[in-house]
Design a protein around this ligand. Structure first.
Ligand code: NG6
Ligand code: CA
Length: 524
């Protein structure tokens, strides 16, 4: 009896001490975690606006436009004054952001029609692929514009390859732009709400017989086109490209902001218990500017201002969701824009007429399509509650660098890309940015180096110049000192020949010497 009792006691003692030892080990040794590994990995969110200019936000000096929600991110995070998109148009910038490779290295990386094939190689490293490999769930909600399929897409079948084949577990997208057909949402390769009895056909070369266009049926238009944008009509808005069928699947333009917001919020709620990467690619303030009725008149600046107010509201709602779900302190948010601003981008929408005192360029020269600063220098904000101490940084950073920096953050460093690890700078721990950056605008390139910007000569007029947009082309070298001459008023090429010479050498070493081949800009 006694012996049995002692044996039981001895066993209990061993079990007890063993447990204690295990607990102690985990307390002393941080490598032995009691929580699953994934719980500690920070979520990554990129909020990407479309055509938002350097001066389009209150926090970047907009005098009348109110953007309190984005301002709150800037005021609680790092606001970069020298943050760049890789390009002054959409497709190449998105390519640079997602691949970490300069877009001018891919000849296909220029404004794409809605029928263009996927331009990211499915074997190539991408930001979502990298994160997926490290245990993240990866999603995109919003604008894609990097091509789909391999040519001749059948929109009535699974549309692939696309985002799902380059690293996104979940994709809810519009194929190209809000002004291009097909005007439907695509969820993981399937057109949402498609009626099989009303198949979709899309063509960029010619119309489908009997289908109204802006030219044949101007009386159907609720928005007038100024240049381009005179093909198929959807919701009274003339688009680029022709489309037939798919009636039930067509999106509602005025609901797009709410729709993408809900998609982004649902994604977060669904994946809150695992590390996630969300690329929330908003459509504002790209044309056609179609604010929801509750935002009409909100800016006093017409539709362009109204959709910026709408976008700001959506950002606020989205950040609230992160907060409510208890994720804000474990999420790095990067907010930026794919290129600089444009007022008249092909529709009559009062963007010019109602501008008032607002300067979408924030004092920079040029705009969308331009090699001058306003083309690529954009709002660039990082926010990571509890980790980033708020500051304004003048370091030169580029969206190209997001990939290598995020890789560093999650302890999976990458090499051999154009992307540079600027993690410390993005988190506000360092003021060191890039020394050199090649910027791109409609297949032309220039060099930002320290305080200088050098634009090599380009001959021939681009399409944008023909419609009155200043693109930065000149038949002579241009050299600007951005520190003393932010607005690029004084070409110093003749006054500083040595500096010019060294910048040309640097540029050619990075870019090669075959840069001066003007390719006709893809118009569709
Ligand atoms: C241009 C369109 C412009 C816009 C742009 C792409 C015309 C005349 N202009 O070709 O409206 O859609 O392409 O913008 O069609 S981006 O932000 O997606 O690069
Ligand atoms: Ca854009």
């Amino acid at each position: 009896m006694n012996l049995k009792f002692y044996t039981v006691c001895l066993c209990l003692f061993f079990i007890f001490t063993n447990c204690r030892q295990k607990q102690d080990t985990s307390a002393q040794n941080p490598d032995v975690s009691t929580t699953p590994d994934n719980a500690k990995k920070p979520n990554i969110v990129i909020i990407y606006l479309d055509d938002l200019g350097y001066g389009d936000l209150g926090c970047y000096g907009a005098p009348t436009l109110k953007t309190p929600h984005i301002d709150a991110l800037a005021n609680g995070g790092v606001k970069f004054t020298n943050g760049y998109a890789t390009s002054a148009t959409c497709t190449p910038s998105r390519y640079g952001l997602l691949t970490g490779v300069y877009p001018w290295k891919n000849k296909q990386a220029k404004i794409l029609p809605g029928t263009a094939p996927l331009i990211i190689d499915t074997t190539q490293l991408t930001l979502p692929k990298l994160l997926k490999k490290e245990g993240y769930h990866t999603g995109i909600v919003g604008k894609w514009h990097l091509g789909l399929g391999i040519g001749q897409v059948d929109w009535n079948k699974t549309v692939a390859p696309g985002p799902n084949q380059v690293g996104f577990d979940y994709a809810y997208i519009m194929a190209a732009t809000q002004d291009r057909v097909p005007t439907v949402y695509i969820e993981n390769g399937q057109v949402v709400g498609l009626d099989p009895n009303d198949p979709i056909q899309v063509d960029y070369a010619s119309n489908f017989e009997g289908e109204p266009t802006a030219i044949s049926h101007p009386e159907l238009l609720t928005m007038k086109w100024h240049h381009g944008h005179n093909n198929s009509i959807v919701n009274g808005i003339p688009r680029i490209g022709y489309m037939k069928g798919g009636e039930a699947a067509k999106w509602s333009d005025i609901d797009m902001a709410d729709h993408f917001l809900k998609g982004a919020q649902d994604y977060v709620k669904k994946h809150k218990n695992e590390p996630f990467f969300l690329y929330y690619a908003m459509q504002q303030p790209h044309v056609p500017r179609t604010p929801h009725p509750r935002f009409v008149g909100s800016s006093g600046m017409g539709p362009r201002g109204d959709v910026i107010v709408e976008a700001d509201w959506a950002v606020g709602e989205f950040v609230n969701t992160l907060e409510k779900e208890g994720l804000l302190e474990n999420t790095l948010i990067i907010l930026s824009s794919d290129n600089g601003p444009v007022l008249n981008d092909g529709y009559y929408d009062d963007a010019v007429e109602k501008l008032g005192a607002h300067d979408p360029n924030g004092g920079l020269r040029g705009g969308k399509y331009s090699l001058f600063e306003a083309g690529t220098r954009v709002p660039f904000i990082t926010y990571y509650k509890g980790t980033i101490t708020p500051k304004v940084s003048d370091a030169i950073v580029c969206q190209l660098d997001v990939l290598a920096s995020v890789a560093q953050l999650i302890d999976a460093p990458v090499t051999d890309l154009d992307s540079k690890d600027l993690l410390d700078t993005l988190l506000g721990h360092s003021d060191e940015g890039r020394e050199d950056l090649i910027i791109e605008a409609t297949t032309r390139t220039a060099l930002r180096s320290g305080e200088w910007l050098m634009i090599p000569p380009y001959e021939g007029k681009t399409y944008e110049e023909q419609v009155g947009i200043e693109t930065g082309s000149s038949n002579a070298y241009q050299l600007y000192n951005l520190k003393n001459d932010r607005g690029q008023k004084y070409n110093l090429a003749a006054s500083y020949p040595k500096i010019l010479e060294s910048l040309i050498a640097k540029f050619e070493a990075l870019r090669g010497t075959d840069y001066n081949t003007i390719e006709q800009l893809e118009l569709k």
